[in-house]
Design a protein around this ligand. Structure first.
Ligand code: CDP
Ligand code: CDP
Length: 245
């Protein structure tokens, strides 16, 4: 892939959208690609997780749409480079408080999809995400990045893997954090979240026709990054007018 950087004639995609279901590998791929390219990686799922965590913390009922929406409109979510070296990709502050690991708690996994289905919650988050992408050289991951947040992204990837593979991956990840669930529990949790995310009315998860489909079931992380760099190179050639399409 070195040629990607060597050819000054190539116009690299500046805004890259990665969408896909839970645990398909978006953060892993996004982070590694961003390191390679010197881009910013931004995980929009964290914003919905932050609203969910804040609602749970403050005893707001998840079913109370007005209260959850008010919260989304009024909390301050800040993203910083890691402030503690404990394996985190970044630090998240909610109203100044470090909640980075709290956002991965099972209560958040369980409640985040209903929260993110609220139109008012999305209306509060989408403009913040667009602002982050404005400067370009950004890789943004989520569910609706290529379809709604950044419809003009230079490159859109829809990252997928079978639900069994995704459940297995997330199980290993949670086990490393000291949380032990059964495979069946994890699979059900993921299927439930995917179901809500893809059937909601506002900005559902879907595979856009202009996104490159990348199924990384059975692919190592390295192999997935390699595939994505090939996709980027092809896109760079078409952006530079070197090929059609
Ligand atoms: O990492 P994982 O795939 O488990 O989830 P995430 O990317 O952190 O997203 C958590 C939840 O936030 C998703 O299940 C969606 O309900 C919601 N989300 C969304 O609605 N739109 C986005 N752009 C990103 C996440
Ligand atoms: O961001 P998203 O929820 O889509 O997934 P992730 O957090 O990047 O990946 C979920 C887990 O799968 C992580 O523990 C990754 O290390 C692992 N993974 C993998 O085993 N093989 C891949 N090709 C990609 C991710």
């Amino acid at each position: 892939d070195q040629s990607l950087f060597d050819s000054p004639a190539l116009m690299l995609p500046s805004t890259i959208a990665i969408d896909g279901p839970a645990a398909s590998g978006k953060s892993t791929l996004g982070e590694l690609l961003a390191q390679r390219l010197g881009y910013l990686y931004f995980d929009t799922g964290v914003m919905y997780r932050a609203v969910t965590w804040a609602a749970l913390e403050r005893g707001i009922a998840i079913s109370d749409e007005a209260a959850v929406t008010y919260l989304a409109e009024n909390i301050q979510i800040d993203f910083l480079p890691p402030t503690v070296s404990d394996g985190r990709q970044f630090t998240v502050l909610i109203d100044g408080e470090d909640t980075t690991w709290d956002l991965r708690r099972p209560e958040v996994d369980k409640n985040v999809s209903p929260v993110s289905a609220y139109a008012g919650v999305r209306a509060a988050m989408t403009p913040q995400q667009r602002r982050i992408a404005e400067r370009g050289r950004v890789i943004m991951a989520g569910r609706d990045i290529g379809t709604v947040v950044l419809p003009d992204a230079d490159l859109k990837i829809y990252l997928d893997a079978t639900v069994d593979e995704r459940a297995r991956r997330r199980l290993l990840e949670r086990a490393a954090q000291g949380r032990h669930l059964s495979f069946e529990e994890m699979k059900q949790e993921i299927e439930r979240r995917d179901q809500i995310d893809s059937t909601r009315e506002v900005a559902p998860l879907k595979r856009g026709t202009d996104a490159v489909y990348l199924d990384n079931t059975g692919l190592s992380i390295d192999a997935t990054v390699k595939r994505a760099l090939e996709i980027m190179q092809a896109r760079a050639q078409s952006l530079s007018g070197l090929t059609n399409g």
